[in-house]
Design a protein around this ligand. Structure first.
Ligand code: S3P
Length: 438
């Protein structure tokens, strides 16, 4: 797929529904005793895998297209301890692979195998297997580290566990196990990670408490089915946001975007890159205006009004990483268009994503003319004010495919993205949405 330079980007876009929240809504609905309605569920490869997974363990799923072209899903759960034995294909979905074992490990009986595509088989699962084993789980991974993951239901007991890496997936997995364990389970986060699990579980009646950076859960009554409305995915909106900032003359509005503070760490990074930012009415010359709507349920929602901006290089360090983890490839691209140097450090977690995103971003952008070098825990980019263009390989990674597309529309000569179809893992129709702004 080729992405040629455009004059400017103009218009309004609604990003697709949030992937993290969609996965969780479906999985937690399967754990409830009664019925859950999920409005605006993400219709993409990753979240389809989650619907298949919950059906495999016995949940009843009915998905419908609504008149507005959104997907709504009805789910009848099997209850906290009612999952049927199954072989589960997670496809490319790392979140499903790492969160679902927390539920299955505590089942009274049964065996499960979770496996996925080639990329999944290269992504570590020992980060969930080890603490689950501490809780009493019977779990084994290939070579101790990688999928397939085999589980047998067992009696679990609560633990107190300090996460060695700031990971929302590991935190979520252990909180689910905690719902089935005897006693209290406490997870301590070194840095705050996305808190969609806590928000959703609390709404479903789970006995969950936060005290500073510690989250505790006790095995409680059954989860209640709920009505969930999924907001737009900030991580998907970020591609159009960055494209607008780097293509001169652009002006774009992104509507119905989830603005959960644990997800929008790209915004303060942009502010440090010199992008004027504020709430509506706070100034005339702001390049990003954030219009927050406060009464949109457990997840804050709003709009982003974005204009082209002059960028300067900035430093991104470990504290910035969890709230911007999926946007760091875009920070590299922004760095190419900035004046001066942009350095990302403390981000070794990028190596454990759908591709090794340090190597993939550095090699990919180098091929398009960027001055970027890999570091053990990130990368350093010398801003040259633009990018020539060329060919980039998506390496089966949806965010790399979309990075290539954004680089293309902002480049001097255009970009060909090989394996662009990977974008459908989180954002089917991205090329049409981007095209609609050109
Ligand atoms: C996710 C958490 C993050 C993120 C991933 C989705 C989630 O991973 O990179 O795309 O839904 O919990 P980690 O928790 O491994 O950092």
């Amino acid at each position: 797929m080729r992405f040629d330079p455009v004059g400017s980007l103009k218009g309004t876009l609604r990003p697709p529904p949030d992937k993290s929240i969609s996965h969780r809504a479906a999985l937690f609905a399967a754990m409830a005793d009664d019925h859950t309605h999920v409005e605006n569920y993400l219709a993409a490869a990753d979240t389809r895998s989650t619907l298949f997974a919950i059906e495999a363990v016995g949940a009843k799923v009915t998905a419908k297209q609504t008149a507005e072209g959104r997907q709504s899903v009805e789910i009848q759960g099997v209850g906290l301890r009612g999952a049927k034995p199954a072989q589960i294909d997670v496809g490319n979905a790392g979140t499903l692979m790492r969160i679902m074992p927390g539920w299955l490990a505590g089942q009274p009986e049964g065996i499960w195998r979770l496996d996925g595509d080639d990329s999944i088989r290269r992504r570590p699962v020992d980060r969930v297997a080890e603490p689950l084993r501490e809780m009493g789980a019977a779990i084994s991974a290939s070579g101790g580290q990688f999928p397939p993951l085999d589980l047998e239901g067992a009696a679990l007991h609560g633990i107190s566990y300090e996460l060695p890496v700031a990971s929302a997936q590991v935190k979520s997995c252990l909180l689910l196990a905690g719902l089935l364990a005897e006693g209290e389970t406490t997870i301590i986060e070194p840095l705050a990670t996305r808190d969609h699990t806590e928000r959703l579980l609390a709404g479903m009646g789970a006995d969950l408490r936060r005290d500073g950076n510690a989250i505790s859960v006790t095995s409680s009554h059954p989860l209640d089915g709920v009505d969930v409305e999924v907001p737009g995915d900030f991580s998907s909106a970020a591609f159009a946001l960055v494209a607008t900032l780097i293509v001169p003359g652009s002006e774009v509005v992104l509507r119905d975007v989830g603005l959960n503070g644990t997800r929008i760490g790209l915004l303060p990074i942009l502010a440090r890159m010199g992008v004027g930012m504020g709430a509506a009415g706070e100034g005339q010359d702001l390049a990003v205006v954030v219009e927050e709507i406060h009464d949109a349920g457990p997840e804050p929602l709003g709009a982003l009004h974005v204009r082209h901006a002059q960028l300067s290089g900035a430093e991104v360090t470990a504290e910035d990483v969890p709230a911007a983890i999926d946007e760091l490839p875009l920070v590299a691209l922004l760095g190419c268009f900035a004046e001066g140097e942009t350095v990302v450090s403390g981000a070794e977690e990028l190596k454990a994503k759908e591709s090794d995103r340090i190597e993939a971003v550095v090699e990919g952008l180098t091929g398009l003319g960027a001055e970027i070098e890999a570091r053990p825990d990130g990368f350093a980019v010398q801003g040259t004010g633009g990018l020539k263009g060329g060919v980039i390989d998506a390496r089966g990674d949806h965010r790399l495919a979309m990075l290539g597309a954004v680089a293309g529309v902002a480049s001097r000569e255009g970009v060909e993205v090989s394996g662009f179809e990977a974008a459908a893992v989180s954002y089917p129709g991205f090329e049409a949405d981007l095209g609609s702004l050109a």
